[in-house]
Design a protein around this ligand. Structure first.
Ligand SMILES: [Ca+2]
Ligand SMILES: [Ca+2]
Length: 121
């Protein structure tokens, strides 16, 4: 613009970068996106779930620059990578196994009971 084209139009005036900082250039602009955003205008929420970070059947919810895992029963941890020992988790006044059986933790919320062998000496 300007008689001698001496005026650099501020392409950032219209605020084209939705989630980022606009850098004005000559007849062009660039967007420097905030963490978690991508695209020419920083309009796209990066999918942090694309790498399937939630293990053991946990479901992933994409957030801005992070994700959250909702774990299936029996699993915990940020990525559902911790297999909970349900035998230990159970309150001490409740026994998963009847008749004094020994609880053995299994995958996820599974467990097995081993009956006590009585040896008479
Ligand atoms: Ca995201
Ligand atoms: Ca377990």
């Amino acid at each position: 613009m300007g008689f001698h084209c001496e005026t650099n139009i501020d392409e950032c005036m219209s605020g084209p970068c939705l989630h980022g900082r606009c850098i004005d250039g000559v007849d062009v602009y660039h967007c420097q996106c905030e963490w978690g955003w991508t695209g020419a205008r920083c309009e796209t929420n990066t999918d942090e779930c694309s790498s399937s970070p939630c293990l053991n059947g946990g479901s992933c919810v994409d957030l801005v620059d992070k994700y959250a895992c909702f774990c299936l029963d029996g699993y915990s941890g940020k990525n559902c990578d911790i297999d909970i020992d349900v035998c230990l988790e159970t309150p001490t006044n409740v026994s998963l196994c009847l008749n004094g059986g020994t609880c053995l933790d299994g995958e996820g919320s599974n467990f097995t009971c081993r009956s006590v062998n009585l040896f008479i000496l």
